[in-house]
Design a protein around this ligand. Structure first.
Ligand SMILES: *Cc1c(COP(=O)(O)O)cnc(C)c1O
Length: 382
């Protein structure tokens, strides 16, 4: 048993659930079928990738999808398919995973890193509008932590300034905005199936979209520039092989049947977390959130804390929390590659005062949410 930093017994000594969970029977059957068939690639006539794509697009409320190797490449392919390239600027939030910006660089365009809303920490539509120049062609709201970005203002901006909207939905499988599934609210939406996400095959991604022409263009980017339904060795466009495998799709299909129950479980855990009088609060959801997929729970301290000490002390209490993202604008690799950072005071404040409770912890019995509150109380009283 480890000793807590403040002495005595740690609040929690049992492990938290691990993520991803082990393969279930439905996955074992589908994966075994694919393995035994020998049809492991998506171009050999198997149906797992096409079944997953159709089902996932359907859940997103749109007719089209393209499965890809990961969401970084998915964001790149969505941007390319929507015509974004060199000389163009794409607005991304400063408080997000680095791939929201590196995908823009991969497309040859310039990420413009813009501040978030000081309260909900999602991309600020006001700051986004202020950053628009004659070169701006796209905006990328991120459905951060599983909470939908407030999409209406972005779609209004897009209509007013002639922009495309690419939703980074990597963290928000199953989330809904004003009663509609996210992913299908902009011109394209991109999900991730990387190991930390709510549905995973270790790696993977999926792009969804509403328009047939957008689907054809994105499909072509992901399939070496081929024309959908055209010749195998005809490559009228520039494209790459960005495909998902049948084996990965077989792991993902059964997840669609349990995703909602898993979201409900995380929601129940979040609802059970009673922070009482502690000077720390859950970061509120953006306007219009009707279903939060609870990828992670962001907690914000209402007074300055020594966060490095706090995280170490919480870990010693058996409640490991995470520091979360540094502001993208502070990453020299991005700015040296040409990214432009607008002033981001709200992001800076968030980066100093927010900690994350991981999805794997939210999957525990909601009755154990008390472990987090108790550990926080113990550590903050020190
Ligand atoms: C995970 C993540 C990505 C990248 O997904 P990969 O599948 O790992 O490439 C992009 N954006 C956000 C917000 C993410 O959380």
């Amino acid at each position: 048993m480890t000793l807590a930093l403040h002495g005595g017994t740690p609040v929690r000594s049992t492990p938290w659930p691990s993520w991803p969970p082990p393969m279930d029977d439905a996955q074992r059957k589908l994966v075994t079928d694919v393995l035994e068939s020998g049809l492991w690639g998506a171009t050999q006539g198997g149906s797992a990738v096409s079944d997953l794509t159709a089902a996932f697009a359907g859940r997103s409320g749109v007719p089209y999808g393209v499965a890809v190797g990961n969401a970084t490449l998915g964001l790149f392919a969505a941007l390319r398919g929507l015509g974004v390239g060199p000389g163009d600027e794409v607005i991304v939030p400063a408080y997000t995973f680095v791939a929201s910006a590196t995908s823009v660089l991969l497309a040859g365009a310039t990420p413009v890193i813009v501040d978030v809303d000081p309260v909900d920490l999602h991309l600020s539509a006001t700051a986004a509008e202020a950053a628009i120049t004659s070169k701006t062609v796209a905006v990328m709201p991120v459905h951060l932590a599983g909470s939908p970005a407030d999409m209406d203002p972005f779609n209004e901006l897009a209509a007013r300034y002639g922009l495309v909207v690419v939703e980074d939905a990597a963290q928000a499988h199953g989330a809904a905005y004003r009663g509609r599934p996210i992913g299908g609210l902009g011109d394209a939406g991109v999900y991730s199936f990387q190991a930390s996400k709510a549905m995973t095959a270790g790696e993977g991604g999926l792009i969804v979209c509403r328009e047939e022409s957008v689907h054809e263009a994105i499909w072509s980017v992901c399939n070496l520039g081929r024309k959908l339904g055209g010749q195998w060795y005809g490559h009228p466009n520039l494209g790459w092989n960005l495909r998902l495998t049948e084996i990965q799709a077989a792991l993902l299909i059964p997840w669609l049947d349990r995703l909602d129950a898993e979201i409900d479980r995380r929601e129940a855990f979040c609802a059970a977390l009673d922070l009482g009088d502690l000077p720390v609060r859950a970061v509120p959801q953006p306007e219009g959130t009707t279903r939060d997929s609870r990828h992670l729970l962001m907690l914000r301290f209402e007074q300055p804390v020594d966060r490095a000490f706090l995280l170490a002390a919480m870990a010693a209490e058996g409640v490991p929390l995470e520091a979360g993202y540094p502001p993208l604008g502070t990453m020299s690799a991005l700015t040296e590659a040409g990214a432009r950072a607008e002033p981001c005071p709200a992001t800076q404040a968030a980066a100093e005062s927010v900690v994350w409770v991981r999805q794997s912890m939210l999957m525990d019995d909601p009755a154990r949410a008390v472990d987090i509150a108790e550990a926080l109380a113990k550590v903050l009283s020190a």
